[in-house]
Ligand binder design. Structure first.
Ligand code: ADP
Length: 202
């Protein structure tokens, strides 16, 4: 379990939907708990509240987490308002995990770096590409700044090959490139697809 890094560092887990990012985050966090390390796990809140919840994988494993609206909530949770993280010393957890990090705000980048500089092992899991297969928001910068990047694949629902992309379907049809990311009232779903079978409606 001993980390190959001395002190704090940043680990990023990416891949399409269903690639096992949450499973891998849960696996790493569970091992840290077994090693009696102090662990804090966060994930984006679906509503306006900051509350206790869990990270769950599609296969059903869970770990306790705090639902947050953004980087500021994580900072407040770890340090109390107005306190510098690096001045926290022993009160910071050994490990901070965040799932679905692509849905938080770009202030997560300086926060992750500050935590790593303060000696924390930071494990971030999220989508590297959106449904168009474009780089997802600020994720490229996290990948560039991480000590370790694990890129996972799912299984293509069409051919069974390793899938690197998330297929968005609206009413059973491939989404268009310019379909809004949030569609109110539409029947939408996602599937893991390989490069060959990932489609955008023209
Ligand atoms: P992610 O966090 O990347 O969305 P999860 O860790 O939540 O992934 O779920 C991964 C699990 O999803 C797999 O272990 C498997 O049980 C299940 N699964 C369902 N559909 C697929 C698929 N097309 N490819 C791979 N795994 C799938």
């Amino acid at each position: 379990l001993k980390s190959p890094y001395h002190g704090g560092h940043l680990e990023v887990i990416v891949g399409p939907m269903f690639s096992g990012k949450s499973e891998e985050l849960i696996r790493r966090v569970t091992r840290a708990v077994i090693a009696r390390q102090r662990v804090s796990v966060f994930k984006p809140a679906l509503d306006d509240r900051y509350h206790d919840t869990a990270v769950a994988s599609h296969a059903g494993r869970t770990v306790n987490a705090v639902a947050v609206r953004g980087a500021a909530d994580i900072r407040a949770h770890l340090s109390g308002e107005g306190t510098l993280l690096h001045a926290q010393g022993d009160t910071l957890p050994d490990v901070v995990g965040i799932d679905e990090v692509q849905f938080l705000d770009p202030a997560i980048i300086p926060l992750a770096l500050e935590l790593a500089d303060a000696g924390v092992r930071v494990i971030l899991a999220g989508l590297d590409q959106d449904f168009r297969a474009e780089p997802f928001g600020f994720m490229p910068e996290l990948l560039a700044r991480a000590e370790s990047v694990e890129k996972l694949t799912a299984i293509c629902t069409v051919c069974g090959a390793p899938a690197t992309r998330s297929q968005r379907l609206i009413g059973g049809q491939p989404a268009r490139f310019d379909d809004p990311v949030v569609l109110v009232g539409a029947e939408e779903s996602y599937e893991a697809r390989c490069r060959v079978h990932h489609e955008l409606r023209g």
